[in-house]
Design a protein around this ligand. Structure first.
Ligand SMILES: [Zn+2]
Length: 296
């Protein structure tokens, strides 16, 4: 997959810890706190918290990356920012055609734990979209785990991959595009309708609605792949297979079989591997939002 050299989105909030902080304590904050205590008689603890509050509010407004990231971490930030920009450039014209304006989501990169508009989230939960604050949350260690634990990688084809390419990068881009798909559903009012409908049905029927919502996000990810390829020719040989492999390995049946050795269809919330691959393909081949009616 080609991704370098394209626009990087300014809607990334990088909350990954940089090397400037030691155990969450910023050196600058400590100095300010000490000076405040020494000269103004302010409790250092309070002064420190005040400087932290300022630092935090600044960092949430700026799209700049934290200091002292490794080259690899910076590259992950650039990658995520480029894919997010790709989704913006895909959905803006589509919304224009629908007679509306696309409001892009912000994407939060974090390490370990993050506070979101939907509560505190752990990295172990995987990437998610929070409708309350309209942000996509991604712990970048998920990408690493995704490659290692789920065996999603282009290892077999490594020699065929271009120099810029990383194993599994298209599968990672697909995950971002899927989460942005949930944002699209939010903007179009689909998630709100599904939430209302879920309140009136039993657990099994509620799960089926969740599955349809997830499959539609997969279809929207397919639309992104279609439109973005028309625009940038970013797909390379093996990329679609890579996304199909990823879709297969995040199907509920696959995950359940792996975890427990059996499959309980009523508890599915994301759809089977077969369904996920199918709907991604529908979006990819058609590039048409109207084809993504997974509720029909
Ligand atoms: Zn989803």
């Amino acid at each position: 997959m080609r991704w370098k050299g394209r626009r990087v989105s300014t809607n990334v909030e990088d909350r990954r810890g940089g090397g400037a902080k030691a155990g969450g304590i910023s050196i600058l904050g400590l100095i300010v706190a000490f000076v405040a205590w020494k000269f103004f008689g302010v409790d250092p603890q309070q002064a420190y918290q005040a400087t932290q509050a300022v630092t935090n509010s600044q960092s949430s407004q700026q799209a700049s990356a934290p200091q002292n990231l490794t080259a690899e971490q910076k590259e992950v930030g650039d990658f995520v920012g480029t894919i997010l920009a790709d989704t913006e450039d895909t959905w803006t014209p589509i919304f224009q055609q629908l007679g509306s304006t696309y409001q892009p989501p912000r994407l939060v990169l974090f390490n370990g734990v993050v506070r979101s508009g939907c509560g505190t989230a752990q990295a172990a939960m995987g990437p998610f979209y929070c409708p309350a604050d309209q942000k996509v949350y991604i712990d970048t260690s998920f990408f690493r785990d995704m490659r290692q634990q789920m065996g999603i990688s282009g290892e077999k084809n490594q020699t065929e991959l271009s120099r810029q390419d990383q194993a599994g990068d298209f599968a990672q881009a697909y995950v971002i595009a899927h989460e942005v798909g949930h944002h699209i559903q939010n903007l179009l009012g689909i998630s709100g309708q599904v939430q209302q409908a879920r309140a009136q049905v039993n657990q099994t029927q509620g799960n089926q609605l969740s599955v349809r919502l997830e499959l539609q996000a997969d279809c929207f990810a397919g639309i992104w792949a279609n439109k973005n390829h028309q625009r940038t020719q970013f797909l390379e040989q093996g990329d679609i297979e890579e996304a199909m492999d990823a879709a297969k390995k995040i199907g509920d049946d696959y995950l359940q079989r792996r975890a427990t050795g059996q499959v309980v269809p009523d508890s599915f919330t994301h759809g089977t591997s077969e369904q996920r691959m199918h709907w991604f393909q529908v979006g990819l081949k058609s590039g048409d939002v109207n084809q993504c009616n997974t509720f029909a």
